[in-house]
Design a protein around this ligand. Structure first.
Ligand code: EPU
Length: 318
């Protein structure tokens, strides 16, 4: 039996990669990876869009090595999905198999002012766990959705805090080489919404060094920031946060707003009336609707301001 098959399109090109090897799937399940065939990825993304893919949920990170090696030997391309909160997945079936790490127990291990957090842990919850031990410095990040691993990849930030400067080291599985590495923060290339991690690097855990701060003070700050966020961002709608980066010294939301584009609709997708750099999936949008709105925004901003907007959301291209 072939290891995988490719669902073909009428023109003969590949439409979807499917794992088609019962023996391999059984092995993978033994390593702690649950196989879910033909999942609609919209179920796993905060935007609620994305086509079908074969999916492995990894309950143990030590399943990564054999699984990735097995996929490599069989020539099956793969990609990692983090929390799914900052990603735009196309509507078409995927030409890759998707892996996702499932958060488990004991995600945070404290040692004085340092904490090691599993990459699959939810960022906001981790911030509050640290707060309970009077460790602060991450207040601004509490409302940033998604996993700790995703936050590292994007060097997530909000309200004057970025995760990068708090990082001491990152444990990463280098998918291309199939090896684990402990990377000191200086080598992680953290800058505004970027890091040096490759798409096939899988974050395993991070060690942060945090300043001491009383829990009550952290809680007060977190509450104030949450109120601010609630007032300025469409948190109750499906989105992937800000769609474009802010160009140096400029605000993308302000530029789109000044062009009168809030409320602009394409299919089921709308430019949020609350924050113009958010595209929300209000009426069962397709990814294609969101892509089109992004193009329209980019064209109009380029014409009006001479600025080329760069995607902030991670776009999966088939
Ligand atoms: N503004 C408008 N109209 C809008 C939106 C914003 O005029 O529709 C103005 C605001 O009034 C303000 C300025 O633009 O004067 C900046 O707006 P805001 O404070 O909302 O911050 P932002 O630069 O748009 C950034 C991050 C957010 C983060 C907030 C809070 C980026 C691309 N965005 O937004 O991050 O939550 O600051 O710190 O860096 C994300 O990463 O997905 C994200 C939402």
């Amino acid at each position: 039996m072939p290891a995988f098959s490719r669902l073909a399109q009428a023109d003969g090109s590949c439409m979807m990669v499917m794992v088609n090897d019962a023996e391999f799937v059984k092995q993978a399940e033994g390593w702690g990876a649950r196989f879910l065939p033909r999942q609609r990825l919209g179920r796993y993304t905060s935007l609620g869009v994305g086509g079908e893919a074969d999916f492995f949920l990894l309950r143990r990170t030590d399943a990564l090595e054999p699984l990735v090696e097995g996929l490599r030997q069989r020539g099956i391309p793969w990609t990692l999905l983090g929390g799914g909160t900052n990603v735009l997945v196309p509507d078409e079936p995927l030409r890759k198999v998707v892996l996702q790490l499932v958060p488990g127990p004991h995600e945070l291990v404290f040692d004085g002012h340092t904490v090691r957090i599993a990459a699959a842990a939810v960022l906001g919850r981790s911030v509050m766990e640290c707060a309970k031990r009077n460790l602060g410095g991450m207040e601004g990040l509490v409302g940033v959705p998604g996993s700790v691993g995703g936050a590292l990849r994007m060097n997530a930030g909000a309200y004057g805090t970025e995760i990068g400067p708090l990082v001491r080291s990152v444990s990463v599985f280098r998918g291309a080489a199939g090896v684990r590495e402990d990377l000191p923060a200086e080598l992680a290339g953290f800058a505004y919404r970027q890091s040096s991690f490759a798409p096939d690097d899988v974050m395993l855990s991070v060690t942060l060094e945090l300043p001491e701060k009383p829990y009550a003070g952290i809680l007060e700050e977190v509450k104030a920031l949450n109120r601010r966020r609630l007032g300025s961002q469409p948190l109750k709608e499906k989105s992937a946060g800000c769609i474009f980066k802010n160009p140096p010294g400029l605000s993308t939301g302000k530029m789109i707003d000044q062009l009168g584009m809030k409320g602009l609709r394409q299919g089921g997708a709308v430019i949020s009336e609350r924050h113009a750099n958010f595209i929300v999936n209000r009426y069962q949008a397709a990814a294609a609707d969101i892509f089109r709105l992004m193009e329209i925004i980019q064209e109009r901003v380029l014409k009006a301001y001479g600025v080329e907007l760069e995607e902030e959301v991670i776009v999966w291209r088939n």
